[in-house]
Ligand binder design. Structure first.
Ligand SMILES: Nc1ncnc2c1ncn2[C@@H]1O[C@H](COP(=O)(O)OP(=O)(O)O)[C@@H](O)[C@H]1O
Ligand SMILES: CC(=O)OP(=O)(O)O
Ligand SMILES: [Mg+2]
Length: 405
């Protein structure tokens, strides 16, 4: 069964095509700058030369047409006909309280994703466009949605409620949801399997630190707390997002700087975090480079990022009354030995001992980076949200076929 996995953003659409008989990635790529006359298309098939192209792509339906065109390209294609795509799986960031697992798309599911636009204005509208674009181009192909929020639906009320009037929760579902759940679930399960310990008997903290960043407390196989909240803005300091701040700053800064709501939102989401403190970039690679060259603001940005993450790890060890396993993943977590070293250097009070040699080894592999004597095992597990989406899609489509028979 061939499954196309789509992660649609407001101005981009990333895709991977899987052959689920052996979980092989047949091709992957992305369309960037959707909405522009000069959108950028890139496509990389497994054993053929790829395509780089600039073309007019004004909306998501055209983006999907372009993706299908590349997959069926006469020289670079991996498919001979659209009929070879059996199902499509989508990443959907916000599933609210309605979805605690992946589902097959129907009218009701689409309505619910639309109802949640308010809670994820940057993400959910783009996901629905992606779903509709697939319907327009491939009307008979079944679709599945996999939610970032689903894994965190096991959080207890003491974690997910805000200490504000209950009416806001009851009337408007203002509560903490958490995100990156597909990744937290995947890396925590992989980590437990790799060290051959039962997933449902471990106290794990997972740090998904990429463009967006969140960490999660996973107790006996279930998420019991996570750092992102109602939206992906709460929690850790990120590349361009502030993470936790005093909420009183919002009206205060709006008054002093004469900012509109949109402007303050944009300030906290796009002009804060590493970017704001360093004045250089939201990309950790550039921060580390500038820090090594002696830049003081970059050093401060790095220190704040590390300090804020470390406090969350300490809090989650307290939340679970212990910690067995600390897992790093996503762009920064998988690649920045500097950040992992700085964090672990200050977690020795927990009995955590980093293997400095293993930490700096360059590798894409899943690996343990703590010493044999360390009481807490530290691991790097490359995330693979697309594979989880492909697997869920495969499972749901097979189950539906069995039901029909
Ligand atoms: N070698 C590296 N060292 C440090 N940070 C890195 C490295 N490679 C990537 N990153 C960081 O990872 C981020 C992207 O993470 P990623 O998980 O790919 O994000 P997303 O999937 O949300 O787009 C970049 O902004 C950069 O800060
Ligand atoms: C939910 C979220 O923050 O996603 P991303 O890391 O892809 O921005
Ligand atoms: Mg990501």
């Amino acid at each position: 069964m061939n499954i196309l996995v789509i992660n649609a953003g407001s101005s981009s659409l990333k895709f991977q095509l899987y052959n689920m008989d052996n979980e092989e990635v047949l091709a992957k790529g992305k369309v960037e700058r959707i909405g522009m006359e000069t959108a950028i298309l890139s496509y990389d098939p497994a054993e053929r030369q790829g395509i780089r192209e600039v073309a007019e792509v004004l909306e998501h339906t055209t983006a999907i047409q372009k993706v299908l065109g590349m997959l069926m390209h006469k020289d670079h294609g991996v498919l001979s006909s659209m009929k070879e795509i059996d199902a499509v799986g989508h990443r959907v960031v916000h599933g609210g309280e309605s979805f605690s697992s992946s589902v097959i798309v129907n009218e009701e599911v689409k309505r619910e994703i639309r109802r949640l636009f308010d809670l994820a204005p940057l993400h959910n509208p783009a996901h629905l466009l992606g779903i509709q674009a697939v319907e327009n181009n491939m009307p008979d192909v079944p679709q599945v949605v996999v939610f970032d929020t689903a894994f965190h639906q096991t959080m207890p009320p003491k974690s997910y409620l805000y200490p504000i009037p209950m009416v806001l929760y009851k009337k408007h579902q203002i509560r903490r949801y958490g995100f990156h759940g597909t990744s937290h679930a995947y890396v925590s399960e992989r980590a437990a399997a790799l060290i051959q310990k039962p997933f449902d008997k471990l106290k794990i903290v997972t740090c998904h630190i990429g463009n967006g960043a969140s960490c999660a407390a996973i107790l006996n196989g279930r998420s019991v707390d996570t750092s992102m909240g109602m939206t992906p803005l709460e929690g850790l300091m990120m590349g361009t997002r502030s993470g936790d701040i005093d909420p009183a700053i919002v009206p205060f800064a709006m008054g002093k700087e004469e900012l509109t709501l949109n402007e303050v939102n944009s300030m906290l989401n796009k002009h804060s975090g590493l970017m704001a403190i360093s004045g250089i970039s939201g990309d950790m690679r550039e921060i580390v480079r500038a820090m090594e060259a002696g830049d003081r603001n970059a050093t401060l940005a790095f220190e704040m990022y590390e300090y804020r993450l470390r406090k969350y790890i300490g809090a989650y060890a307290a939340a679970m009354n212990g910690l067995d396993l600390l897992v790093f993943t996503a762009g920064v977590g998988e690649n920045s030995a500097e950040l992992r070293e700085a964090l672990c250097r200050n977690l020795t009070f927990l009995g955590l001992e980093l293997d400095e040699h293993a930490n700096v080894q360059r590798s894409d592999a899943e690996r343990v980076i703590s010493t044999k004597e360390s009481r807490i095992q530290v691991m790097v597990i490359p995330t693979n949200e697309e594979l989880v989406i492909a697997r869920d899609t495969h499972r749901l489509i097979l189950a539906r076929e069995e039901d029909v028979v």
